[in-house]
Design a protein around this ligand. Sequence first.
Ligand code: PMP
Length: 351
Amino acid sequence: MSNWEENVRKVVPYVPGEQPKNNNVIKLNTNENPYPPSPLVAQAIKDYNAGLLRKYPDPASSALVDELAKTYSLKAENIFAGIGSDDVLSLAFLTFFNSGKPVIFPDITYSFYDVWADLYRIPYQTKALDKDFNIIKEDYLCDNGGVVIANPNAPTGVELPLEVIEEIVSYNKDRIVIVDEAYVDFGAHSVLPLIDKYDNLLVVQTFSKSRALAGIRIGMAFGQKKIIDYLKDVKFSFNSYTLNPLTIAVGAAALKDDAYFKDITAKTIATRERMKEELKRLGFSFADSKTNFVFATHEKLPADEIFKYLKEKNIYVRYWNKPRINNHLRISVGTDEEAKILIDALEELLG
Ligand code: PMP
């Protein structure tokens, strides 16, 4: 009898939203951008010299990092680029949460945080959001091994005011506070300006949502040089090459098209606001979302029934059978046409 299984690092993996093979699905389940990336991205792919793939990529991803530095008025030393923000966040957990004390984050938040904590055997404690899904600030002013806050939060869509985050960062100056801003571009406020003031703050963002590039896998962290250098040390102890050269070229091209970025972001915000009105009219309620999704519950019909009904109609939204949120649906904001198909289907169901 072999017993090697006793020594396996056992984990319960994160389950991402379904990616149907079928193309005729209205896909509102993974918060992807409904618009294609900037035309400059298609051009960069067309212009890319495949012969360059013979060589290893630039470990510093400089072409992308320099463009990020320009876009966000930072220095390259303040930026770390990774393979999607999942990669960046996972590395940050591994790098910064080594005190043996519990890392804290909300009970309802991005469901990858506890997976990384388990993977790296980092103790953690969740702090209950209030009934309206707001963070209770005082819960984060305590002894702990680090803090993780998604702002705006997912899957709730709720934005925490900047001054509250600053108070949490300032109180926790002896440990790292990660602010995950995956959805910040859809009308919320970034804590990025605070990195000058606090050396314990790591701000994480992504190209997956507002820049319509979930498939290319680019995420980034912003912070003071010291925190970024520690992240790089761990990254380069793992694999010296972060992004492949085509991805680096694509990311840099996307950043050059600020007008396009602003245009698709404004369209998503406008559709979201119309969607909120329609959902309200149909008897849904939700916290005020500052993201590209709405987290809604219906006054009469249970969420799992609505979820199944929509799926039969080829409209995919996200549902979790988890305590406190098992009567909610997270509905990504698509195009106006997709929102109309969704609302028409709900109207048919709900009368
Ligand atoms: N943070 C939050 C809050 C998210 O919802 C997501 C998307 N699943 C991510 C991070 C990761 O996004 P990506 O790896 O595509 O950058």
